[in-house]
Design a protein around this ligand. Structure first.
Ligand code: FES
Ligand code: FES
Length: 173
């Protein structure tokens, strides 16, 4: 079947099975920011935004996202102009292998858009949807607190600092 949707601000048409997970379709079409981990909703590596909601792309069949606006980590910043959440993760050494980080950053962005000043317990609770095998989480929580302090009002409201690109500043293939 043919599906049309917006990904990172660009309208695209893709061929996919109706039940095929959005994650697989994104990656097959070059949007490799969302990572493929468990493929069953447990790890959060595939976290994206769908119509403004933070979601796990492995849990959304294509038939449920036709016409939607999808945003991946690649919509945020670039190597030379990082999004404030990306800057905070880098400056707080909140990443090691980086495999979980695209999803962590997308979830953090969603959290700060709805709650611009979360406490550590609220951050911990929100990030419980996303696993990390490397960092022990403390630096990630530090980074989210730091990101909250850095987020300008227009970004916290869901705006993007720059036009979209497919450059991937903080992600592994
Ligand atoms: S790959 Fe989607 S939650 Fe693990
Ligand atoms: S930095 Fe390696 S899984 Fe999180």
């Amino acid at each position: 079947m043919e599906f049309t949707l917006q990904v990172n601000g660009a309208q695209i048409s893709v061929t996919a099975e109706a039940e095929e997970p959005l994650l697989d379709v994104l990656r097959r079409n070059g949007y490799t920011g969302p990572k493929r981990g468990c493929r069953s909703g447990s790890c959060g590596f595939c976290t994206v935004s769908i119509d403004g909601e933070v979601e796990k792309a492995c849990l959304r069949p294509m038939e449920t996202v036709a016409g939607s606006e999808v945003e991946t980590i690649s919509a945020l910043g670039t190597q030379s102009d990082l999004h404030p959440v990306q800057e905070a993760f880098v400056d707080n050494s909140a990443l090691q292998c980086g495999f979980c980080i695209p999803g962590m950053i997308m979830r953090t962005k969603g959290l700060l858009e709805s709650n611009p000043d979360p406490d550590r317990e609220e951050i911990r609770e929100e990030l419980s949807e996303n696993l990390c095998r490397c960092t022990g989480y403390e630096k990630i929580i530090d980074a989210v607190e730091d990101a909250a302090a850095r987020m300008p009002a227009e970004v916290a409201d869901g705006g993007l600092p720059e036009p979209t690109t497919e450059t991937e500043p903080i992600s592994n293939e």
